[in-house]
Design a protein around this ligand. Structure first.
Ligand code: MGD
Ligand code: MGD
Ligand code: MO
Length: 784
């Protein structure tokens, strides 16, 4: 076999094709100077609605989303709803997300009769989802290489047969994506455990696992402790490692209102200066939008190197320890003495870390760190919020614990306007964990589950996302069930993940739309279509609501309002019950009763889950209810019974010589693996997804020009490399040594073996890469 020429020889390559529509035409990038969430947002929403033929329904949908008296929970993100009844906060990306589900297009039996799976593999990810809503169950037919219709009963029997013939229940793995409502979640984990395994990987294994583990170790809860009222009271908010204008747009309202109404201070910490860090117009302020009156939303912008956050936090702590010599109020010593443990050790670690090292590792100047510390020590109350920039790192757990350390030093927890606030991703990812999706369940939870559900739960820990891929690749896991999501594209190490899925005897996907995970299938494969969040869920006892938990632990009901995309669709609880009944011949669980009336599921949940007592009544209160959070009341369920300082050593965040650290992230016009267009408005990008943002000095050093074609090679710890060719370099304001580009295209570069030993999270924000210029070959484009 001919060996592949090394990229440094400047072999001609063709421009890479991204996951978006790839409609061709000119691409460009320029600085975006408009405020976030202004008319550009309105225009973009209009285009999405137009494309989906949904102007009327889309507009109706907007006015039902997140409403106090009914309506459905926005499937877009987990930001809580400000449902005071006075005004409704909606956002561009939530509307896009909801209308994407409401499309009139259909991927029906005619569609699948027309296209083979091999042909569909050639389609872009955009085109696959754009085929429309799935209409009935399909199974893979190897003869014709097509998906063909199958009855629900036969589909369940097929699933049941496979699961029953496994030699151990651990040969199946049950993935969850964070859209699943609480009731379906509870049934799903119940089914997996009654079947006999804790193999419950979820998207959280790639998302906020690190945050959950860090907070549990520090303060005895896996969640943030603040709510929206705290956001409205805080003096100071740190916004770290999140692109809020695109991924949690309703946060802009809280930021802009805070600045306007009470002089809120905001410190942004991000290698990129994202749109929310400059100025915002909040979507509901129509007058402001018309007059283009933007609110500045930054007191300080810090651009650390990728992975430099922990050094910054430690620097802030070091400043406080210095300041307390002259200003005793710099630390909240009363709080520290009463509620924390490990303080002296933490002080010693901070004092022992030299300033030079903190500056070098954070990529910031000592002055910048000092100015952040000054703002922090002057604030009466402070919230620190963060997202994937912190969690998808090798030392993500240590970094989040360092955030907690800094909060504890000034007693910034358990009082108004203060506390840690991880910004969750999927609209119910937090609820999934609360309701039992956990591959490492503790004994207390399993005992409660057994008592409430009359089952025997397995005690051995199960597989998470990374371990599931490894096990499928080895042939140890033979049945993969994806409850939502797009596992093949969202997971790291594309080639390996594809191989792993293809080794399975059976892959099942419960989905609303066609995606690549359906095409990268096992020997046998099922697509089971479900109703979406925006649709009515009719069961024998009437219209059903489902519950979700937002980022700030509020649990509330959500009712769909549209007719289902097809009469053949089933609800997620009904599909889980169907598979369960076909798999567990001796089950004592009344699956059918549960499907007929979700109140019955909630009654059982009330017995099994701490904090869900009287669930059915409390969730019907106008705003639902807030889950009790001991840490919010300064009750710390940790090893010492106190909030615990941590003293982890500072990791080395620097790229090896000649290499760069690459972070993978979302564009403005995508929802995880769902791509709406090839634009990234707030970063000024048009028509291009296969790009890498680079610092101008890094480009010069490599003789790379703006938009020139480049190859990217990632270096795994085991010595293997992965290369993507034909990307384009785009000059961008980010620190030297740091680079950024889009998921899911770049997942091909994430080595499966390179996950954080602290959280098992793949290092999606910390790839070690080499980037070299290459020559263009003949231009070839894939037809959409
Ligand atoms: N419209 C829309 N909304 C979404 C999603 C979506 O795809 N589209 N996805 C949802 C999901 S599942 C999630 S988890 C969230 C994700 O929300 P985000 O966390 O905003 O997701 P990313 O786009 O990956 O952006 C990561 C941010 O971290 C920054 N960053 C990268 N490395 C570092 C670092 O080392 N330090 C710091 N401080 N910052 C860093 C990047 O510059 C970028 O701003 O959004 C949710 N909401
Ligand atoms: N390189 C890199 N990779 C990443 C990340 C990153 O930052 N960088 N982020 C990671 C993160 S934070 C996450 S959360 C994961 C996301 O991973 P996933 O949750 O697995 O992926 P999504 O793209 O959100 O899933 C989209 C699919 O969900 C299905 N769907 C939509 N609505 C519903 C519904 O109501 N019910 C059901 N059953 N299905 C539905 C549709 O068929 C759609 O195609 O990706 C991870 N992967
Ligand atoms: Mo996520």
């Amino acid at each position: 076999m001919e060996s592949k020429p090394s990229p440094t020889e400047k072999q001609p390559v063709e421009p890479a094709v991204g996951c978006g529509p790839n409609t061709g035409g000119e691409f460009s990038q320029r600085d975006y100077t408009h405020p976030a969430a202004a008319w550009g947002a309105a225009k973009s929403v209009g285009l999405t609605l137009l494309n989906q033929g949904e102007i009327i329904n889309g507009v109706k949908a907007i006015f039902r989303m997140n409403h106090e008296d009914g309506g459905y929970d926005c499937p877009g993100c987990a930001w809580p709803d400000d449902r005071k009844g006075l005004r409704m906060d909606i956002c561009e990306n939530g509307i896009k997300h909801a209308t994407w589900e409401m499309t009139r297009k259909r991927a029906d039996r005619e569609f699948f009769a027309t296209h083979t799976v091999s042909e569909l593999m050639e389609w872009s990810d955009f085109a696959l989802e754009d085929a429309g809503r799935l209409t009935e169950p399909f199974s893979y037919d190897p003869e014709s290489d097509k998906y063909i219709p199958i009855s629900w009963d036969d589909a369940f029997q097929l699933a049941g047969r496979h699961l029953q013939t496994l030699s151990s229940p651990h040969q199946a793995s049950f993935y969850t994506s964070g859209r699943l409502g609480n009731e379906a979640t509870f049934l799903y984990q119940w089914f997996a455990r009654e079947f006999g395994t804790n193999n419950l990987p979820d998207c959280s294994n790639m998302c906020h696992e690190a945050s959950g583990r860090a907070l549990t170790a520090s303060i005895g809860t896996g969640k943030g402790t603040v709510d929206l009222v705290d956001w409205q009271k805080a003096d100071l908010i740190f916004v770290m490692g999140v692109n809020a204008a695109s991924n949690a747009p309703r946060m802009l309202t809280a930021l802009a209102d805070g600045v306007k109404e009470r002089g809120l201070k905001i410190v942004h910490v991000n290698p990129l200066i994202e749109a929310a860090a400059t100025r915002a117009i909040t979507p509901h302020e129509i007058l402001d939008m018309a007059l283009f009156r933007a609110t500045p939303t930054s007191s300080l912008n810090l651009q650390p190197r990728i992975g430099g956050d922990m050094a910054l936090m430690r620097g802030i702590a070091k400043c406080l320890f210095e300041e307390v010599n002259t200003n005793p109020k710099a630390l909240d010593q009363l709080f520290i003495d009463r509620f924390t443990s490990g303080f002296e050790a933490y002080r010693a670690v901070c004092q022992a870390t030299p300033w030079d090292e903190l500056a070098h590792q954070s990529g910031l100047t000592i002055e910048e760190i000092r100015s952040a510390a000054k703002i922090y020590s002057e604030a009466r109350s402070c919230i620190i919020s963060w997202c994937l920039g912190l969690s998808q790192q090798e030392h993500g757990v240590d970094a989040v614990r360092e955030i907690m350390n800094v909060l504890l030093l000034r007693g910034n927890i358990g009082r108004e306007g203060a506390g840690p606030c991880p910004i969750r991703g999927h609209s119910n990812v937090q609820g999934n964990r609360t309701c039992g999706i956990d591959h490492r369940p503790d004994a207390e939870w399993l005992n409660r589950l057994e008592a409430a559900c009359g089952i025997q739960a397995p005690r051995e820990p199960g597989l998470d996302t990374v371990r599931t891929i490894e096990a499928m690749a080895r042939g140890d896991v033979k049945v993969f069930l994806g409850m939502g999501g797009n596992f093949a594209m969202a997971a790291p190490d594309r080639n390996l993940t594809f191989k792993a899925l293809r080794r399975c005897a059976l892959t099942i996907h419960v989905s609303t739309k066609l995606n690549r995970s359906h095409l990268v299938h096992g020997q046998e494969a099922l697509i089971l279509p479900c109703i979406g969040r925006t649709e009515k869920d009719q069961q024998p006892s009437g219209l059903q609501g489902i519950t979700v938990e937002d980022s700030m632990s509020m649990v509330h009901l959500s009712y769909g309002m549209n007719e289902p995309a097809s009469p053949e669709l089933r609800s997620e609880p009904a599909i889980i019950a169907g598979i369960a009944k076909a798999t567990l011949p001796d089950t004592q669980t009344p699956w059918q009763d549960y499907v007929e009336n979700y109140d019955r599921i909630r009654d059982t949940m009330a017995n099994a889950l701490v904090g869900f007592e009287d669930f059915n009544r409390r969730v019907r209160q106008p705003l639902g209810f807030r889950l009790h959070q001991p840490a919010r009341e300064l009750i710390f369920q940790t090893a010492t019974g106190k909030a615990m300082f941590s003293t982890a050593p500072l990791p080395d965040a620097l790229p090896p010589p000649g290499k760069l650290i690459l972070s993978t992230m979302r564009s403005h016009d995508q929802w995880n693996t769902t791509i709406y267009s090839d634009n990234d408005r707030y970063r000024g990008v048009k028509n291009l997804r296969t790009l890498i943002f680079l610092n101008s000095k890094d480009m010069e050093e490599r003789h790379i020009e703006q938009f020139s074609l480049i190859n990217i090679t990632s270096f795994a710890k085991d010595g293997t490399t992965r290369t993507l060719e034909g990307y384009r370099a785009v000059r961008y304001n980010l620190p030297q040594g740091s680079a950024a580009g889009y998921m899911p295209e770049l997942n091909a570069l994430c080595p499966l073996g390179d996950f954080s030993p602290q959280s098992d999270q793949p290092l999606m924000k910390h790839l070690i890469v080499e980037i070299v210029a290459c020559q263009p070959g003949s231009i070839r484009r894939r037809e959409p």
